[in-house]
Design a protein around this ligand. Structure first.
Ligand SMILES: NC(=O)c1ccc[n+]([C@@H]2O[C@H](COP(=O)([O-])OP(=O)(O)OC[C@H]3O[C@@H](n4cnc5c(N)ncnc54)[C@H](OP(=O)(O)O)[C@@H]3O)[C@@H](O)[C@H]2O)c1
Length: 269
């Protein structure tokens, strides 16, 4: 299938590693130009260099080193470098994290607020600045990286599930108000992936249960594998493929939807 992404430009937030990097690579493999984002210029530069060398004969890779919790820095990027680049077609809001793992009783106000700031407000800030560009594109796309826990919360980290639920709600709102500008807005909800935050989850579990990280990983894999009809946890590439499809013209009648990508884990019809 030719997804016709050649020449289109995608900003993937939090793309120096984990899922964001996999999404950037999958878009680049389809010929899209990419803006890599993370907090540190050096890391962003290294990843941009790596992707350029992998796919560079075909594409341009730009750099956006800015902290998503600092609205001023995002504004500066859009009024500076982005203005020079001059166009944007796809925004993938990928940044998000627990900040602190814990159950309801272990979480302080500060944990809730920091998680919301990083997970939901980062998307608000990038989206706000990107809209004029996406409108000019004529086929703009916003794809929010949510989580299965946004609508199927577990027993831990309710601050994270709530922030992702807010992101789902925002997705529907933006789809309503941006449809007239031909900007399509969707969210994807991955289940646990064997990349990115997985390593931190293993460390948290080993501390919690007083076991080694190897034992914690084995335990978590067994538990997660059992939940899925497919018998495995997801990979970043599984999610990246869905994002690439949603970014393409093949998905041009899809907006305002929240797509689970979970190997069948979701309970309910
Ligand atoms: N992994 C999973 O199992 C899973 C499951 C469901 C949903 N998700 C969601 O998928 C997304 C990616 O998860 P991941 O596990 O791949 O994350 P990750 O490995 O922790 O990667 C986080 C990325 O975000 C960047 N980042 C972190 N804080 C930032 C900030 N303040 N400003 C700018 N960039 C920042 C990091 O770059 P620097 O460190 O270089 O700044 C890095 O590129 C998240 O929204 C997560 O909630 C993940």
């Amino acid at each position: 299938m030719n997804l016709e992404l050649k020449g289109r430009l995608a900003l993937v937030t939090g793309s120096t590693r984990g899922l964001g990097k996999a999404i950037a690579e999958a878009l680049a493999a389809e010929g899209a130009d990419i803006i890599i984002n993370g907090r540190w210029s050096k890391t962003v530069g290294n990843v941009a260099y790596e992707i350029e060398h992998k796919f560079g004969h075909n594409i341009h890779v730009y750099q956006c080193a800015c902290d998503a919790t600092d609205p001023k820095k995002i504004k500066e990027f859009f009024s500076g470098k982005m203005l020079q680049i001059g166009h944007l077609d796809i925004l993938v809001n990928n940044i998000g994290n627990l900040e602190k793992f814990g159950n309801f009783f272990e979480l302080e106000d500060e944990n809730w607020l920091r998680c919301y700031d990083l997970t939901c407000m980062s998307a608000v800030r990038f989206t706000r600045e990107a809209i004029p560009y996406l409108e000019r594109s004529g086929r703009g796309r916003i794809i929010n990286i949510s989580s299965l826990s946004s609508h199927q919360p577990g027993n831990f980290s309710p601050h994270y599930s709530a922030a992702k639920a807010a992101m789902n709600n925002l997705t529907k709102h933006l789809a309503n108000v941006l449809g007239g500008k031909n900007i399509l807005v969707n969210a994807v909800c991955p289940s646990t992936l064997s990349s990115g935050g997985w390593a931190q989850n293993i460390i948290d579990r080993s501390r919690r249960d007083g076991i080694t990280t190897e034992q914690a990983e084995q335990l978590m894999r067994n538990e997660d594998n059992k939940k899925s009809p497919l018998g495995r946890i997801g990979m970043a590439e599984d999610v990246a493929n869905l994002v690439v499809y949603l970014a393409s013209d093949k998905a041009n009648f899809l907006t305002g939807h929240i797509f689970d990508i979970d190997g069948g884990i979701t309970r309910g019809v």
